[in-house]
Design a protein around this ligand. Structure first.
Ligand SMILES: [Zn+2]
Length: 642
């Protein structure tokens, strides 16, 4: 047997039921203004069928879903019925795992169908109820299968080696079993695991309360803009008006939004501290040395990768500051303030693309990835994998869901025809193609690619799209807009997410030292880090103290050390895209292998196979070189047009 302990992998069977849908969470900044024209949206019924995803590929009618709902509990009973048999023989172990695999596969599709049906119009109570029923079934499954990992662990290693020899079909579960063994020191006995599974019902409360409070019940500031318009600053209005071209308005919007939020600092702080306590619970009961280790261990990411990212970002802050100085020059202001951060770099350039034009452009940009890739893009287009346009009540933003293993991945968009929407589509297609290739080439148990790799393929597509578009465009203003967009993206995805990661680490470290945390304390820590990143002391950008509460605006702090992966994905994908553009068929083959690997191996070695070593400085340095190159280009254009 391969060395169990050093081998890396993602999801134990029980955890699979919790992690479920492979969705793309958008970084906070990129979600900006995603769906602010609800009153302009159509009713879902008025959108032509060919622009709506075809959920009937999963269940031909809702009756089939209802039937699955009736059947699943009986299947969970059968899963529970294997208890006590796993160590008896190789074929016992294989048969149990094989059955459980099928049940999880069905559960994935069952849940995906309900959540996607609900996302089409979240006001509909029927689909929302289905989604909740699916969630209850995940919890039930988790309880039914809670014995599996501990029971595998109780099989002596030598006996397990013999099982693999006696039953070659077990091979497909090797990575899974390796992973269980890797978690040995963090797995408890069956009854304790059962307790933890039951406790799962309380996990997530702080995040739910935060979500309800911040999205629905928290009172909002009302402001009057320079044009006389009165605006209630909820999250989407804030996201829209903070990018106003009028500086006074930007300042007003920023200051009012955060001042109002600050009035609820104690409540918001208690919510976030609640989440940290949930993480502390997992750390303590599973014997981890830190919350960071507990979180990263599920994907077998060395904590060194996290620390290296923070170290690299801090080391390269002068490059972020160069961007901010450039922004200052382009905006023509003497002093840059935090409320200028979302101000457009250049005047609006009207780049509009119909969905068909956008799709066509993406196919051309991704042609470097080979015929099979491009043909599958076409299949996604023709086969209605994508829900294209906004409609009243539709979930905002965008995601890809690759959980329906036997069917195909799906994409939710809110396509409005902006250049940005084409970028989002390219991004989501990156996820979808990753799922497509992994589902095609891996057995279900190994198909769900690690979260750490989730944003690599998507971000690489964005880089390839930009490269393609820049080659087509002559107009210097449009070029400036696209290059500026890239830099802003690098700020928001790489530096800002690392800044969040640094904050997240710091607050957990304090909790681990036994400090109790309050809204006041969160603000103090946040402000220090914010000032450091934006060069407040060096006069790069003025950060007023009122923005200390910004931590309370970021839902991602409830995702448990998730955000750093936006940053690592950004550097990994930058390096990947550069390699693809340098080209060669060999690179294309390697890339398709990468997309096809699912979680048959752990994330870090999977990336190493395509030449990217996240334990070194190289991916970050390559990205910094690209940022500098883009800034050189911008400066050259500026000098030319004067
Ligand atoms: Zn994504």
């Amino acid at each position: 047997m391969k060395s169990f302990k050093n081998n890396i992998k993602t999801l134990s069977i029980v955890m699979m039921s919790i992690f479920m849908l492979m969705k793309c969470n958008t970084p906070a900044d990129k979600a900006a203004g995603a769906d602010d024209d609800a009153q302009m949206s159509k009713d879902r019924a008025d959108i032509p069928e060919n622009y709506k995803w075809n959920l009937a590929d999963m269940y031909a009618t809702q009756e089939y879903w209802e039937k699955a709902k009736k059947d699943l509990p009986g299947k969970f009973d059968k899963v529970a019925g294997f208890k006590g048999t796993l160590g008896r023989s190789a074929s016992n172990l294989f048969n149990a795992l094989e059955y459980i695999e099928v049940v999880i596969k069905e559960l994935y599709m069952f849940g995906s169908y309900a959540s996607m049906l609900s996302d089409g119009d979240i006001r509909e109570s029927g689909p929302l109820g289905m989604d909740q029923e699916a969630n209850q079934l995940y919890t039930k499954f988790g309880a039914a299968a809670a014995y599996v990992d501990p029971e595998i662990l109780s099989i002596p290693e030598q006996r397990l080696n013999n099982f693999f020899r006696d039953e070659p079909k077990l091979e497909k579960f090797r990575q899974y079993i390796d992973n269980v063994y890797r978690m040995k020191t963090h797995t408890l006995n069956a009854s304790e695991e059962n307790l933890i599974a039951e406790a799962g019902i309380m996990q997530g409360n702080s995040g739910s309360i935060y979500s309800v409070f911040s999205n629905a019940e928290m009172p909002r500031a009302e402001v009057t803009l320079s044009n006389g318009e009165k605006v209630v600053l909820d999250a989407s209005a804030y996201a829209l008006y903070r990018a106003s071209t009028n500086r006074e308005d930007r300042k007003l919007v920023f200051d009012s939004f955060f001042k109002k939020m600050d009035e609820f600092k104690m409540t918001l702080g208690t919510q976030l501290y609640g989440k940290i306590k949930e993480n502390m619970f997992v750390k303590n009961v599973r014997n981890y040395t830190s919350c960071l280790e507990a979180s990263l261990n599920s994907n077998n990411i060395p904590t060194g990768v996290y620390h290296k990212l923070i170290e690299n970002a801090n080391k390269n802050l002068p490059i972020l500051h160069r961007y901010l100085e450039l922004k200052k020059r382009m905006m023509g202001v003497d002093e840059l303030h935090y409320y200028d951060i979302y101000a457009p770099l250049v005047n609006d350039v009207d780049l509009k693309y119909s969905y068909e034009e956008g799709y066509d452009m993406i196919k051309k940009a991704l042609a470097v990835l080979g015929d099979e890739y491009v043909n599958t893009l076409q299949e996604a287009f023709d086969g209605r994998w994508i829900d294209v346009y906004p409609n009243t009540g539709k979930r905002s933003g965008a995601y890809s869901n690759g959980s329906a293993y036997d069917v195909h991945p799906y994409i939710l968009l809110n396509y409005n025809g902006q250049y940005e929407d084409v970028g989002t589509l390219a991004h989501e297609l990156g996820h979808t193609m990753h799922s497509y290739f992994s589902n095609k080439h891996q057995p279900f148990i190994n198909a769900n690619y690690p979260i750490f790799l989730a944003e690599v393929a998507s971000t690489a597509n964005e880089a390839l799209l930009m490269d393609h578009v820049l080659k087509q465009i002559e107009d210097p203003q449009i070029k400036l807009s696209i290059l500026g967009n890239y830099l802003e993206n690098a700020r928001a995805t790489l530096f800002r997410q690392t800044q969040f990661a640094e904050f997240e680490l710091k607050i957990h470290e304090l909790a681990e030292k036994g400090e109790s945390l309050t809204g006041e304390k969160f603000s103090e820590i946040y402000l220090d880090i914010l000032k450091k990143y934006y060069g407040h002391e060096d006069g790069v950008m003025v950060i007023d103290d009122v923005y200390a509460i910004e931590w309370a605006y970021i839902p991602h702090f409830y995702y448990n050390f998730y955000v750093f992966q936006y940053s690592t994905s950004f550097t990994a994908s930058t390096m990947l895209a550069e390699q693809m553009l340098k080209g060669g068929e060999e690179m294309v083959d390697k890339y398709i292998d990468f997309l096809s690997s699912g979680n048959s191996e752990y994330a870090i070695p999977t990336l190493k196979k395509v030449g990217i070593d996240m334990e070194t400085d190289e991916p970050f340095e390559v990205t910094m070189a690209k940022m500098n190159r883009v800034m050189d280009d911008i400066e050259a254009i500026l000098d030319e047009i004067g």
